[in-house]
Design a protein around this ligand. Structure first.
Ligand SMILES: [Zn+2]
Length: 308
């Protein structure tokens, strides 16, 4: 799932291409992606709106539009936003040809090859026709993404946004603040606390594993048993890892691609995430193990991340 560095990469990309453009039309073959308002109203409200600026809050993309509207996109498991030129093509659904009459399906084909042809970029389910003849699309293989349109001046009052924890890369954020936030759940395993968007925003499975590995903390370690010195180190490490990934254009181990359909590079430097059975890169004789913490898989070194 795209986390803080991937959402940041998408947002910076959007700010480079969307300036002065407006939305001429909206198309979807999976209208349920739009959670609010109804697709019909969404289409009516957003058509004609001009892009002002995109920003990130937690793992959400917030695109401010003219007319006091903000488009919220949460990419969830496999979603990503892309910008380019596609043409609409019709194909027959041969998959179900034996059981039902042949159906015509609309599909979008990139005009000029390149990265947009990556097989991970073929699942276009929502498309905005832009005023310069290009399109902005939401590609989402599993169709779990969430799209909504809100009044900009009411955005901060929406519980979903209001309840997000602080931003780890904000200037005024400190190790002490992180500790206070995580201590709201003193008995939780640290892995579960880091994943909770209400305690600290933007961190998911990949970065929590990498942060805990780099700090030498076991994923099951209870929050209240972590010293403040270690918590400060964890915070410093968290910032470094997130910033490093932003520099690399995010993580594309899974479906994530930037707005031009290109992969990021953070997956190439994982120390622990999805490295089950491999030797710990710290060369401490440890092996990377995988356990489930609060239903999520967690990778750690069995030697330098001891539970105490
Ligand atoms: Zn180790």
């Amino acid at each position: 799932m795209p986390e803080l560095p991937e959402v940041t990469t998408t947002v910076s990309g959007l700010n480079k291409v969307l300036k002065n453009l407006s939305i001429d039309d909206v198309w979807s073959d999976w209208e349920k992606l739009v959670k609010f308002p109804s697709f019909k109203k969404f289409k009516k409200d957003i058509t004609g709106k001009k892009f002002i600026e995109a920003r990130r809050r937690g793992k959400n993309i917030l695109i401010e539009l003219s007319g006091d509207k903000t488009l919220l996109v949460h990419m969830k498991m496999t979603g990503h936003i892309m910008y380019g030129k596609w043409r609409k093509a019709e194909r027959l659904n041969l998959l179900k040809a034996e059981v039902e009459p042949l159906k015509h399906i609309w599909t979008w084909i990139p005009e000029d090859g390149g990265h947009l042809n990556d097989p991970y970029n073929r699942f276009i389910h929502l498309l905005f026709q832009l005023s310069n003849g290009h399109q902005l699309v939401l590609c989402d293989a599993r169709k779990f993404a969430k799209v909504a349109l809100f009044d900009t001046d009411k955005l901060e009052d929406i519980a979903y946004i209001k309840e997000l924890g602080p931003e780890p890369l904000k200037k005024n954020m400190t190790g002490a603040t992180l500790m206070i936030r995580l201590m709201k759940k003193p008995t939780w395993p640290i892995k579960q606390a880091l994943l909770n968007q209400g305690l600290i925003a933007g961190i998911g499975n990949i970065y929590s594993d990498e942060i805990l590995w780099a700090t030498g903390v076991h994923p099951l370690q209870k929050v209240s048993t972590i010293s403040s010195a270690k918590m400060k180190r964890m915070f410093k490490t968290m910032r470094e890892i997130l910033q490093k990934s932003i520099k690399l254009g995010g993580d594309s181990m899974s479906d994530y691609r930037n707005i031009h359909g290109e992969r990021g590079g953070f997956q190439k430097i994982h120390n622990v995430y999805r490295k089950t059975g491999e030797k710990c890169p710290k060369k401490d004789g440890g092996v990377i193990r995988r356990i489930k913490v609060a239903g999520r898989s967690s990778h750690f070194c069995d030697t330098h991340q001891k539970l105490n």
